[in-house]
Design a protein around this ligand. Sequence first.
Ligand code: FES
Ligand code: FES
Length: 187
Amino acid sequence: MSTPATPMPPGVVDAAPRYPLTLRVNGQETHVQVEAWVTLLDLLREQLQLTGSKKGCDQGQCGACTVLVNGKRINACLTLAVMQNGRDVVTVEGLAGGDTLHPLQQAFIDHDAFQCGYCTPGQLCSAVGLIHEGEAKSAVEVRELMSGNLCRCGAYPQIVQAVTQVMGISVCAESTDRSVVVGTVPA
Ligand code: FES
Ligand code: FES
């Protein structure tokens, strides 16, 4: 997949250099040209039309833009596209295998782990990364290590249930019903 450089209007000189990148996006080799300041999130959403990754805060605080780069979860709003040249990028659009949902996607449905769904693509990619990291051993640790992904609808208990189900962790072993102080983000 390649996208042509956007033509400039007549009489306007395009002074900003663009850099050719080759990425593997959701399993497909992709050639693009970007200015140096374009974030990975803007490349995905605006050039590649992969709008599943959401722009919430655009400053690394909400996790809505979480994608996987070489298998690790990152905030796509905080990294420049030119820094990812040659890397493997997976967005929420790349999680399912054809018509078969990723187990986490199915678990989110089964546990009603979303309301508006705005945070869900980031939650899913973050959960995939979390599982690959292998650090979380309990529901509490899942909650802690997913705390960079905010959910304004407050679906945290269901999200933890979905992730722990896929991980094979008993959500009852360590309760996710820790008391939450109003006005704070559960972690
Ligand atoms: S949009 Fe990237 S962390 Fe909020
Ligand atoms: S489901 Fe609405 S922000 Fe999380």
